[in-house]
Write a protein of this length. Structure first.
Length: 111
């Protein structure tokens, strides 16, 4: 009887693996997507800081927009003057269907 019982369990490991594999792949893909979003956000934050310093020094707006666009593909910049501050907001689409943005400000006229 033990031989029959062992034959009845045959293939159960493969079936369990087939059920668990899509869940593991989904978790790995979501983790990779989250890392992509975080990486894009860091690049945008750096680009916004650089662009804010450029705008605060009086560089042309086209130069500010180019600095943001060079940092991340498809990124756009918005420039806003808030009293003595010049703020730049950089935004772009990330790996997942998420829009990522970062804002940085610099003192106008600062060198």
């Amino acid at each position: 009887m033990s031989a029959r019982r062992r034959l009845g369990d045959r293939g159960s490991v493969v079936a369990e693996f087939a059920v668990a594999l899509p869940a593991v792949v989904l978790v790995l893909l979501l983790g990779a997507g989250a890392l992509g979003v975080a990486s894009r956000h860091v690049r945008l934050q750096d680009a916004a800081a650089d662009a804010a310093r450029l705008a605060a020094r009086g560089e042309p707006d086209a130069r500010v927009h180019d600095a943001v666009a060079a940092a991340a593909a498809g990124a756009v910049a918005g420039i806003e003057y808030r009293g003595d501050l010049v703020c730049v907001t950089a935004s772009a689409n990330a790996v997942l269907p998420v829009r990522v943005s970062a804002t940085s400000c610099a003192l106008a006229g600062g060198w």
